[in-house]
Design a protein around this ligand. Sequence first.
Ligand SMILES: NC(=O)N[C@@H](CC(=O)O)C(=O)O
Ligand SMILES: [Zn+2]
Ligand SMILES: [Zn+2]
Length: 428
Amino acid sequence: MKILIQNGRILDPISKTDGIKDVLVENGVITAIEEKITASADQIIDAKGCWVTPGLIDVHVHLREPGYEYKETIKTGSRAAAKGGFTTICCMPNTNPVIDNEILVEYIKMKAEREAIVNVLPIGSITKGQKGEELSNIGKMAQAGICAISEDGKSVMNAGLLKKAMKYANMFNLPVLSHCEDNTLVGGGVMNAGEMAERVGMKGIGADSEEVIVARDIILARNTGARLHICHISTSGSVQLVREAKLRGENVSAEVCPHHFSLTDEAVEGYDANTKMNPPLRSAKDVESLKEGLKDNTIEIIATDHAPHHIDEKNCEYDRAAFGIVGLETALPLGITHLVEDNILTPMELIEKMSTNPAKLLGIDKGSIQVGKIADITIIDPNEEYEIDVNTFASKSKNSPFHGHRVKGKVKYTIVNGKIVLNDGELI
Ligand SMILES: NC(=O)N[C@@H](CC(=O)O)C(=O)O
Ligand SMILES: [Zn+2]
Ligand SMILES: [Zn+2]
């Protein structure tokens, strides 16, 4: 299979290429990137006016399989990923049963091999059953092919246990993806603590519940040498903690989710349960800090925290609704609309945070569009404007607060291992 991509704007953060070129893909590999390629091909893609980028990589996705297939499956989640321009996604272990042993890791890999249309990398839990009591067998899961460990959905509240896990993670060179939430400080909150929570009469979640754990985990990572990655960073204080750790030369990275830089807690005013997620939408000041963190590279990664839930789990009182929103199919347009259009990031910086830096965190040979690399490629029309419509989502769940939002930037083609899985906006 030969694919020729013509006249696109190549954005490669590794070689710092930013220019109009043709790209030739043969048998799954990029074989040429030149001003003008005149080879014959099975499919020619006219990428005029589009960005041609390394395939997007999402380090934080909930695929819900096994156990919650009514929300999402490996198959449907991978299709949502392809629509969103993602060629590789990492799936969190808070399934039922929890991914806490090598058999389940093998199961995810086997299912993904058969049913997923993008690359799926499993993440193993830190403790058995995510109960916070006993470590999962990290070594065996590493051998089976996990890309990281995480207790996402909660924090490991026992610092001693987490410290031990960090030491194991080092032995297998795995990053530790940390959901930062001290459950003794949450106090039954359902949205950001502050003026807005008072106005709508709901219990708030303070910044301290996140920041206490960010600080703790930075200290533990310093003492163990672990590769700490902070998930879904949401407060000014957390950004500052990560910034200071980096200035000290410590091995810490952070991700921000598109909803946390696109919306504030003002969005909760209409009581739409699709504005409910963990951590919650924060204040305008926090959003400002997140953008500064993106700009000065304190925050190197944009990840979706794609968290599908069934309509019945959202169609109820705000207090009782599930935490989490889908994100795979809105991430790129939100990045273009709120970061590139607002001059927070250049197109190259956006792609770096959505592909190159995630690949670096995972230690995989992806995130670059160069001759000799496996052909994971995304083609994006940055100028197409449209309204987000959840009814067009490939995801099984539609729990997005962005329905009806006007955005700019449309994913046109997603190519995974040299195979076109999204063709002119349509899934194959
Ligand atoms: N983010 C969320 O609100 N929910 C996530 C869990 C998580 O990412 O912590 C989920 O699994 O539903
Ligand atoms: Zn989380
Ligand atoms: Zn999550």
